[in-house]
Structure formats: C-alpha cells, structure tokens
Design a protein around this ligand. Structure first.
Ligand SMILES: CC(C)(COP(=O)(O)OP(=O)(O)OC[C@H]1O[C@@H](n2cnc3c(N)ncnc32)[C@H](O)[C@@H]1OP(=O)(O)O)[C@@H](O)C(=O)NCCC(=O)NCCS
Length: 189
C-alpha cells in the first residue's frame, strides 16, 4: 500500500471543514442547502463533531440531535458516511445517494464523490486511504485496504481493489490503471 497524504481536520475543526465544504460547493457552481448531497456532508460533519465531544450530560442534546439528523438525512438522501470516517475539508457530493463510506475510510481534502459510490471494508475490516483532489465517478466501488493517490480519478462503474497512484485513472472491473488524469465530465448543478 503506497502512502498518500490525507489533510484531515484536527479534532476541533469540523466547523471549519464544513465551511470549506460549502465554499467548494459554491466554487463548483452548486447550491448548498438546495443540494441533497450537501445535506449528506453536513449530517456527516455533525456526527463527527458529536463523536469528538465529551460524553457528559451537557453534550447529550447535541449528540442525540446529530444522530437523529444523520439518520433522517441518510433515509432521505441514501448517503451513509460512517461517523468514524476521517474526511478533509472541501468534500463535494454533487448528488444524493446511495453513497456508502465505511467507518474506517480516510479521505483527504477537496475530493468529489458521485452518486452510487461505495467505499467499503475488505475482509480484514480495513478500508481505503484516499488522497487530496480525488474524483470518484458514479457507481465506483472501492473495496478493502488500498490507497488512491492525490489527483487520481476513478471511472464510472469501476471496481478498485488495488492501489491507484497519484494522478492516475482507474477504469473497469477490476480496474486497469491508466497514467494521467482523464477529464471527468462535470455533473449538472
Ligand atoms: C474516466 C473517464 C473520464 C474516461 O473518459 P475518457 O478519457 O474520455 O476515456 P475514453 O472514453 O477515451 O475511453 C478510454 C478507454 O477506456 C474505456 N472506458 C472509458 N470509461 C470506462 C468505464 N467507465 N468503464 C470501462 N471502460 C471505460 C473506453 O471504452 C476506452 O477503451 P478502449 O481504449 O479499449 O477503446 C470516464 O470513463 C468517466 O468515468 N467519466 C465520469 C464522469 C463523471 O463523473 N460524470 C459525472 C456524471 S453525474
């Protein structure tokens, strides 16, 4: 497994990460509160905040509220990002799900995850480590402990079960690795 850089927010910077997510939605021409993908990102950030809080009575209302919001949003949008997943700022999900991101996943900053993507655990319970500025096209499945380098792309309907080097494109089932980034079509806002 090759090493990739994941620029993760520190334990207290979930609000900062959410602000960066919103900013990137705007930069990419998407709305925020009108976009179901942004709801999924927000529900995940709230759950991450509650995960890092003390377990005392004072924080209980927030922890209950964030768990309810996460459940409701996942029912409405089909987006299930495990609260244990570590995801850097600037995450964009352009559309609603289904999207599944396992708890053990690590994702860097400014990544894009399209509808139908699964980032799942392999037989040993570990999941992918994904770098910065990675593009995961619709219905890609990324299974098990592997790395995807900075600036890489995964094509639509692709099954990734081996490492993808930085800047490369993974295409097909199972994925072939093509050096150089294919230009991903920009999804409709
Ligand atoms: C990765 C991607 C950008 C490649 O596009 P491209 O550079 O134009 O590639 P090409 O169409 O020239 O295809 C190159 C080769 O890969 C194959 N290929 C391309 N995409 C493929 C896919 N998803 N699965 C399997 N094979 C694929 C082509 O058949 C072609 O094979 P060949 O060389 O044997 O003829 C494109 O497949 C893709 O997945 N785009 C997703 C864009 C996206 O996320 N849109 C958002 C929609 S909401």
């Amino acid at each position: 497994m090759t090493t990739v850089s994941t620029a993760l927010p520190d334990r207290l910077s979930h609000w900062a990460a959410l602000k960066a997510d919103a900013e990137r939605y705007r930069q990419e021409g998407f709305s925020t509160w009108d976009n179901l993908g942004f709801w999924g990102v927000t529900a995940y950030r709230l759950q991450s905040m509650s995960r890092d809080m003390d377990t005392g009575l004072l924080t209980l209302p927030f922890r209950i509220a964030s768990a309810l919001i996460w459940r409701l949003v996942s029912l409405v949008t089909g987006i299930n990002i495990g609260k244990g997943a570590e995801i850097g700022p600037g995450l964009v999900l352009p559309h609603a799900g289904p999207i599944w991101v396992a708890d053990a996943t690590k994702i860097g900053s400014n990544c894009t995850v399209l509808h139908g993507v699964t980032i799942g655990e392999g037989t040993n319970g570990a999941a992918a480590v994904i770098g910065n500025r990675v593009w995961l096209s619709p219905h890609a499945s990324i299974i098990g402990r592997l790395s995807i380098g900075d600036g890489a792309s995964v094509a639509a309907n692709t099954l990734v079960i081996t490492d993808v080097p930085a800047g490369a494109t993974a295409i097909g089932v199972p994925a072939k690795i093509i050096p150089g980034r294919a230009a991903g079509a920009k999804p409709a806002a």
